[in-house]
Design a protein around this ligand. Sequence first.
Ligand code: G1P
Length: 296
Amino acid sequence: MAANVRKAVFPVGGLGTRFLPATKAIPKEMLPVVDKPLIQYAVEEAAAAGIEEFIFVTSRGKTAIEDHFDHSHLLTTSLEASGRQDLVALIEDWLPGPGQVAYVRQMSPLGLGHAVWCARHLVGDEPFAVILPDDLVQAETPVMAQMVAAHAEMGGNLVAVMDVPREETRRYGILDVAHDDGRLAEVSGLVEKPDPADAPSTLSIIGRYILSADVFAELDAMEPGAGGEIQLTDAMARLIGRMPFHGLRYEGRRFDCGDKLGYLEATVAFALARDDLGPGLASYLSSTVRATGEES
Ligand code: G1P
């Protein structure tokens, strides 16, 4: 059985230019889907999978994330004084404890592989998870928990995958597949953001990984790949053949919250799933869609 996955790395150094001006003064990871920041969904997903140590790879201007994962004594005291224990629970219940969260600065925006490499001393020599908060998945069993269970079976490296339309392959890391049982695909190659014509398949990586610490030695080379960036996909590709490597078709619905339309879809889907907001939003949406249909 593979070793437990105890640590997760959250690359949160990106500038968030696609959401300007909203992200001029706040990190894109603090954008809310309904009423919870993207980064909190990611951390809660990790915690639900048994992760105990949360490593953020940050950059300048990201201190709001540190404040979010800390007690706010002023807020707690004032909420307690007004008898709002329900709200205290909303800001406290999901907080990792002291010493469970660590921050390291990426210092230069050299790519996802470089961001993960910056966490190498905090991860050490054990398998670890990587979660990209932009990829938000609505699932009955949180995706990282599905991955930890599959990793306990298979060991090695594991990435969450989904099929995408061929014209979208240049947005993702794409798998070449040796064997596929419909749930787990055995990876025989990986290409970062290939042109549709060159893509070895349409099975693409979404932002969930469980990796062997051996990936750090591959990242040490600092070789730029697609887009001139140091790509995690390239370092992972060099591990193929040396240990098991699988893509897991997870159960759930993924939203690309790094994209405005994906972010809006996530907001609607997560709000519709809530008892307090779902019915009201559903009736607003259906009347709006009807009115739009009548106009056109
Ligand atoms: C990153 C990875 C890519 C992966 C994608 C998932 O790309 O490099 O392999 O498919 O995340 O969202 P990015 O979206 O950061 O350009």
